[in-house]
Design a binder for this molecule. Sequence first.
Ligand code: SAH
Length: 216
Amino acid sequence: MRLRNVPGSRDVIAESPYTIKDETTRKGTWGEIFGNDNPIYIEIGMGKGQFIMELARSNPDKNYVGIEKYSSVLVRALEKQDEEQFPNIYFIRMEAEYIADVFAENEVAGIYLNFSDPWPKDRHAKRRLTSVQFLERYDRILAPEGHIVFKTDNRELFDFSLEQVEMADKWELLNHTYDLHNSPYVTGNVMTEYETRFVAKGNPICRMEICRRESW
Ligand code: SAH
């Protein structure tokens, strides 16, 4: 994500009724925040929110939480939300490393990771959102039958992610493709900002879906 400082974005986030500020005190209370018991889906690294806001629009019976570490990016999603006012979405500005402090065990029905930062240096591998370290964090919040769906155009990051799933005994690869837009999984696909850009450039998009192994 190209970073341009957006003056005042921290204030906008602090004042928005759609952002959760004291997120580490909200563990286990998300049903109260939304005012219903609908399942909660999260996108980690949502950028400007195109994908998750489209999901919120088309699935009013599901709840969504968009997570993004940079204020300057998150503020763009808040601008859209000011117009749309979807009742089934909230946003958090946070570093995803602390995700298990924000949601309780089983509180999350599904996790989306779209075009996550590649962290190409080996010594930064554990920062990748599909590393075994992050899979362990997701394991602490995701419902037993919950899925994680990951899309990227970065083949190295995708291959790394496939390896991590294999290494983490708890997880099972449900399906994967190296070319989403020429695969059956494209049915119902919701495009992200990055995906729109990369598809226009002709880059194939990789996608995988994982869940817990039955034996766990
Ligand atoms: N999902 C969007 C944006 C992809 S760019 C899309 O597909 O269009 C990746 C985004 O993830 C950036 O906005 C970046 O700031 C955010 N991000 C990366 N690592 C993160 C982390 N550890 N915690 C929270 N957000 C993160």
